[in-house]
Write a protein that binds this ligand. Structure first.
Ligand SMILES: [Zn+2]
Length: 276
């Protein structure tokens, strides 16, 4: 009885939040198309901000990147922009005209795409899995239904995908250039690696750790993403990416287009095309 009461109260609160967000207005969400003000809850914690040496402005931008969410589908500012990037690349590849991810796979031409979701793109997965040609994996997967893929050495054959998607994962990969070469390798000519990474554009890339003979050597005190309390090594930061990173993507052979948020320089989506 009380749990039903709580569920009803929660549903009522959610309906009021959605209504208020819609009234306040905002640009449409790239994931679900809902147009409304984002809800915000802080996503960064003091130790991470200190290790990353973010100033107040960048801490605010990074906080909103992950902590500001669509009232309807829950996509963060970052995930919504990543979804829009996936839709843009898929439309170009399939000749479709979807406006957001939730409607993309209604079109059979989009359902014919072959997509590698190399790590779960947060709440985008529930839409991506509507594509029959989706191959979903995780790094070090513990779920027997989800295969494990290592970005340094993907198991997929050359030229097998129209799109590859990674979501805030390249900063955790020991060999960044090798990972970019690998996603390019598995794409068909004309395919696109769509991804997000946290990048502080007004400073250079800094390497925090490296792999030496299978052992992690810390160049700076270990910093982790993910929940601050767990501090799992799975989320160890190898790279703090800076303004030189786009050139590294180009050096891996990609033709790069960057999609930016006009109000938040921490929010960027990379469309890395394999032209030939
Ligand atoms: Zn949404």
């Amino acid at each position: 009885m009380s749990s039903l009461w709580h569920r009803l109260r929660r549903a009522g609160r959610r309906a009021r939040e959605i209504h208020a967000a819609r009234r306040a207005g905002g640009p449409p969400c790239g994931t679900c198309g809902f147009a409304g003000q984002l809800l915000h809850r802080d996503s960064l914690w003091p130790e991470l901000i200190a290790a990353w040496e973010l100033d107040e402005r960048w801490a605010g931008w990074m906080n909103r990147r992950e902590g500001s969410r669509c009232a309807w589908c829950g996509s963060s500012l970052r995930a919504g922009q990543l979804a829009a990037g996936i839709v843009e690349a898929a439309n170009a590849r399939a000749g479709t005209h979807a406006r957001h991810l939730a409607e993309l796979f209604r079109d059979p031409r989009a359902r014919a795409l072959s997509i590698a979701e190399i790590n779960s793109a947060g709440n985008l997965h529930r839409y991506l899995r509507r594509c029959p040609g989706l191959r979903h994996s995780e790094y070090g997967s513990r779920d027997p239904a989800v295969p494990s893929e290592d970005l340094g050495q993907l198991s997929y054959p050359d030229g097998s995908f129209d799109l590859a998607v990674t979501s805030d994962v390249l900063e955790h990969v020991p060999d960044l250039d090798q990972a970019l070469r690998e996603t390019r390798r598995i794409l068909r000519p004309g395919g696109c690696h769509v991804f997000s990474v946290p990048m502080v554009e007004d400073r250079p890339t800094r390497q925090r750790a490296r792999l030496e003979g299978g052992t992690i050597r810390h160049l700076l005190p270990p910093s982790h993403h993910g929940a601050p309390t767990t501090g799992s090594d799975d989320f160890l930061v190898f790279w703090e990416l800076g303004g030189d990173f786009p050139d590294r993507v180009r050096a891996a052979g990609f033709d790069l287009e960057l999609r930016r948020d006009p109000h938040n320089p921490a929010v960027q989506t990379f469309l890395a095309w394999k032209r030939v």
